[in-house]
Ligand binder design. Structure first.
Ligand code: ATP
Length: 199
């Protein structure tokens, strides 16, 4: 389902990816591990269609990501290791904004918001301001913003970093739930012990 072939990515002064090749089966959770600077973020940003590789191919659902990144975005969710939320919007308003950005029909937005909130156990926080939420809940809301359009492929860059053990456990359970619902996940992490729970 996801095919990366001989990927090469260059920054101005550095080759960050040197011939990366792998496949990911649909409906699986794959962990991406490696020391700081190994190239995990660069690889994920290439796969999310945010930057173009120097050479090599990335196919997701038979879409050539570097060539047709706009179309690929409809099938992909990407959560950066550092993300921002609109703190002055409620969680519901944040989700509505994401739904509009992903072109969800206006008459389907309310259902998309409630489905996403239920999936991420966010229902009770929907009318709270994003700026008032705890870090673990903010992380779940950020994931929700990326999956409201039901993408097949979810890319998460170090999603557990900075979370307490309970929030990390909740997140592991969420990954397994998303996999059971048919999503394919690529997750980078440095917390090796916890990867066994889901990848
Ligand atoms: P970390 O675990 O620290 O997030 P990473 O595995 O995600 O690291 P990348 O951030 O992809 O690694 O970086 C890969 C290499 O490319 C590193 O050597 C980094 O210094 C370099 N690099 C990243 N961004 C740039 C940039 N904008 N310009 C030049 N070099 C960069």
């Amino acid at each position: 389902m996801i095919n990366v072939d001989n990927l090469v990515f260059d920054y101005m002064t550095k080759r960050a990816l040197k011939g990366v090749t792998f496949k990911i089966d649909k409906g699986s959770i794959v962990a991406l591990i490696g020391p700081n600077g190994a190239g995990k973020t660069t690889l994920m940003r290439c796969m999310a269609g945010l930057v173009k590789p120097f050479s090599g191919e990335i196919f997701i659902n038979d879409i050539n990501v570097p060539e047709d990144s706009r179309r690929a975005h409809k099938h992909i969710s990407y959560l950066s290791d550092v993300f921002g939320l609109y703190d002055n919007l409620t969680a519901r308003q944040c989700l509505k904004y994401a739904a509009l950005a992903f072109d969800i029909d206006c008459d389907k937005i309310d259902v998309a918001i409630s489905d996403t909130a239920e999936k991420l156990n966010l229902t009770e926080y929907l009318d709270e301001y994003a700026g008032n939420l705890s870090r673990g809940i903010r992380q779940r809301l950020a994931i929700g913003l990326g999956i409201i359009h039901k993408p097949d492929f979810i890319i998460l860059d170090e999603p557990a970093s900075g979370l307490d053990p309970e929030a990390r456990e909740d997140l592991s359970k969420l990954f397994i739930k998303l996999k059971k619902e048919g999503h394919t996940l690529l997750i980078s992490s440095n917390i090796l012990a916890e990867l066994e729970d889901y990848a």
